[in-house]
Design a protein around this ligand. Structure first.
Ligand SMILES: [Zn+2]
Length: 266
């Protein structure tokens, strides 16, 4: 496994990202409260004076947004095929609560969904979306990108990205999540989600070490972007965009990082 956790993301930072600006008292995905943060994080946006090019100056806690050397998203171009641990999904159908945090809409599942990579077991904390995609693959962005955010017991984050492209038919498995994205900020809704059915048929991923794509842009995040996209109808994609459009951070320099295509065949 090349993706060693050389920069551990401290739990405090993980809790910051799981809450949102302007809602510091809201419980995090794991039920804890953002009590470890020393101040309320600065408000940020995707455009204007609080947009991505300014994030690093809005709050001392956001310095990595400009100072970081392993930031996300990237354009996935050169890929090596070194042998790496394949992600193994232990997902099952279950209830999820929707949280509109002012930047995206999260589906927060009940406990029990896991992702195992090598020796490390991560727990699925939440799913959210970006329109358009944040990553590009060979210079091409998709209509949307889904992020399945996982956390290990040691506090390391692993995010699985799934590209969304438009097709003719609605995607029934994704419909409960798409419907949930209409949950207003501060509102509460829930649904049953068939988590394994949200993934593409083949779980082949581009793996690299990056960061959160929102402030505080913490590094040490294990990224796995699925090679294969999932198809939603244009109506479903429009529903995502109606909730949040343009909530994608611009591409970041890849630097000297390697992107590795895993060898999994299923
Ligand atoms: Zn994301």
């Amino acid at each position: 496994m090349i993706l060693g956790a050389k920069h551990m993301v401290r739990l405090a930072l993980a809790l910051v990202v799981m809450t949102s600006c302007g809602s510091a008292a809201q419980p995090a995905a794991d039920g804890s409260v953002e009590a470890t943060a020393t101040h309320t994080p600065a408000h940020w946006t995707y455009e204007g004076e609080e947009g991505p090019e300014h994030w690093g100056k809005l709050d001392p806690a956001y310095l990595q947004c400009i100072d970081g050397t392993a930031q996300t998203p990237i354009d996935i171009t050169a890929k090596s095929t070194n042998d790496v641990a394949d992600p193994v999904f232990g997902y099952s159908t279950g209830a999820a609560d929707f949280v509109n945090n002012g930047h995206t809409v999260q589906a927060v599942p009940a406990a029990g969904n896991t992702l195992t990579v090598g020796e490390t077991v991560y727990t699925l904390k939440q799913l959210h979306f970006h329109t358009p995609s944040e990553h590009a693959i060979d210079g091409v962005k998709a209509a949307a990108e889904m992020h399945f955010v996982h956390q290990s017991e040691a506090g390391v984050l692993a995010v699985v990205g799934v590209m969304i492209v438009a097709g003719d038919a609605p995607n029934a498995a994704w419909e409960p999540y798409v419907a949930g994205t209409s949950t207003p900020k501060g509102g509460a809704d829930s649904a049953t989600i068939d988590w394994p059915a949200l993934l593409p048929a083949e779980h082949i991923t581009y793996q690299y070490e990056g960061s959160l794509t929102t402030p505080p842009c913490s590094e040490g995040v294990q990224w796995m972007v699925m090679r294969d996209a999932v198809t939603l109808s244009q109506t479903q994609i429009d529903a995502l965009a109606a909730a949040y459009e343009g909530n994608a951070r611009p591409l970041q320099p890849i630097g000297d990082r390697d992107v590795v295509l895993d060898t999994q065949t299923k």
